[in-house]
Design a protein around this ligand. Structure first.
Ligand code: G3H
Ligand code: ZN
Length: 305
């Protein structure tokens, strides 16, 4: 089916207490791995294009690959700009057919972050495209625990940030760190819940999930996290598998022979994450979302008299 926006899938995830996996796709094999796994798992999926992917493949290729993959499956697929750097880049992505945008103003003072986030939201909303913004800053590998704590999202800013920007989803810094090579970070669930209570209708986004302890990721699904970004965990297995292949078959000159096992390995990791995020089985055979199980009211199940 054609690309869809992230609006409906993130609202379904928020209500159903699952998260949509947002996987960084850098080449054709990664795009195929992500979409094949999501299709087999009947999960909505977001393929996101990072700044590195734009530099590597160029915007037309990065967007084109995802569009073709979406056309050839029957699950909802969204094409998202990851960590958009400025207003102009977001406009270029709108023009290139992205169905979800992000402005990352996390390095800016709050006031400036609000002003540019609002500009991006205003223009994107004219075209019906939702926008993710960032509150606090998710730091990179190498940051100290103190730096991570200092950069966390402040719950008291959340309401104003959403009201003044009009953002559709919010990336919140709550303890994760980008590009960790093993799962060691723990999320500040109390802070996450505080933010969720303040803006309950806004899907929250977890960045840097590769390095978060799995139980902590799962806990976050009950506290407003409806989109989870995964990059390093996929890159690791892709590169490692490729390296092993080349080492074992140094005389095989056909690159496809080496790339197929790398693609298969990445696909299995996508499947693993989709199941962890509980988004598997949430899409019907016709491509729509299954409604979350009805909450039984006390009266429905018989209240003691
Ligand atoms: O925006 C992308 C992500 O936050 C990915 O983080 O590489 O640590 O999984 P990760
Ligand atoms: Zn990120």
């Amino acid at each position: 089916m054609p690309l869809v926006t992230t609006r409906e899938m993130l609202q379904a995830a928020l209500k159903g207490h699952f998260a949509v996996g947002a996987f960084n796709a850098n080449n054709m094999e990664m795009v195929q791995a992500i979409v094949e796994a999501a299709t087999e798992e009947r999960a909505p999926v977001i393929l996101q294009v990072s700044q590195g992917a734009i530099r590597y493949a160029g915007l037309p290729f990065a967007a084109g690959l995802v569009k073709i993959a979406a056309e050839n499956t029957d699950i909802p697929v969204a094409l998202h700009l990851d960590h958009g750097t400025d207003f102009d880049q977001n406009v270029l992505c709108l023009r290139a057919g992205f169905t979800s945008l992000m402005f990352d103003g996390s390095s800016l003072p709050l006031e400036e972050n609000i002003v540019i986030s609002k500009r991006v939201c205003d223009i994107a909303h004219i075209c019906g495209i939702p926008v993710e913004t960032e509150l606090g800053k998710v730091l990179k590998r190498g940051a100290t625990p103190e730096e991570v704590k200092d950069a966390m999202a402040k719950p008291e800013d959340a309401k104003r940030f959403i009201e003044e920007t009009g953002a559709d989803s919010l990336a919140v810094a709550v303890g994760s760190i980008h590009a960790l090579l093993s799962k060691t970070a723990l999320l500040d669930i109390e802070r996450l819940e505080e933010i969720h209570q303040i803006i309950p209708e806004i899907p929250l986004v977890l960045h840097g999930s590769s390095g978060v302890i799995e139980d902590s990721v799962v806990e976050a699904l009950d506290h407003g996290v409806a989109k989870v970004n995964v990059a390093t965990y996929l890159s690791q297995v892709f590169t490692f598998t490729l390296f092993e292949q080349l080492k074992q078959h140094p005389t095989v000159e056909d690159p496809r022979k080496h790339l197929v096992p790398a693609r298969d390995a990445a696909k299995e990791r996508v499947r693993e994450k989709i199941r962890l995020f509980r988004s598997n089985g949430t899409v019907t055979s016709s491509g729509s979302f299954k409604s979350p199980p009805t909450q039984h009211r006390v009266a429905d199940i018989g209240e003691p008299e």
